[in-house]
Design a protein around this ligand. Sequence first.
Ligand SMILES: *[C@@H]1O[C@H](CO)[C@@H](O)[C@H](O)[C@H]1NC(C)=O
Ligand SMILES: *[C@@H]1O[C@H](CO)[C@@H](O)[C@H](O)[C@H]1NC(C)=O
Length: 204
Amino acid sequence: MGETCSKTIILSVVVAVLVLVLAAVVAAFIYRETSSRSKRTELNENTVQDLYPAFFRSQEEQRVFNASFQQSFYFNRTVIQPTVKSTQSCSFTCVNPAPARRKRQSTIGVQHGCCTSSVAFHAPPNHPNIQGQIRTFLQYESKKQFFTVHSCTALIGCTGCVCSQENNVAPAVVVKFGVQEVDDLQDTEIDYFYFAGCCKCVND
Ligand SMILES: *[C@@H]1O[C@H](CO)[C@@H](O)[C@H](O)[C@H]1NC(C)=O
Ligand SMILES: *[C@@H]1O[C@H](CO)[C@@H](O)[C@H](O)[C@H]1NC(C)=O
């Protein structure tokens, strides 16, 4: 009988401990849920960079980025050898007013058939998203979001192709719709935007 009694006591102690542990877990869960919901994270150029890494660059970072981007865009290009047999003809002619003598290290543009593509970086304060709604970009004095924007010219007298500019989609960090005072990380989100892309000579 003494044995049954001590077994009952051990069992009730075990049950009591389990109940306490369960209660503690539930309490911790509720605390975490409610406190994280009410916790604010101040919005500044450092917290925003932690949340959205690689979206913002300082002037100096952008200067270095631009230099290597421009170098690669204009000069580090790969020539693809022709290997595909085709019965289609893809000849074109251009009347180039400033022909042939290209300087080796100049950024006058990359010629695609009768089209010339140049590239620059813009850090606009706002821009229409891919649905056409104007969104406000998050931009700071010392860290900005930069986007590549190509510009295109088409040579007169070109036959066989038309100059056609791609629309590149790029993500950007924006202020949420309806937010008046932008001071919390929750006031920001990512949206998608078209920027003018490379200009190419597309077959007629
Ligand atoms: C040129 O681009 C290739 C990759 O396309 C890269 O491996 C190489 O390092 C680049 N060269 C220079 C000088 O930037
Ligand atoms: C980027 O580099 C090019 C060529 O090196 C230069 O002409 C241009 O002013 C630079 N800055 C921007 C913002 O594109």
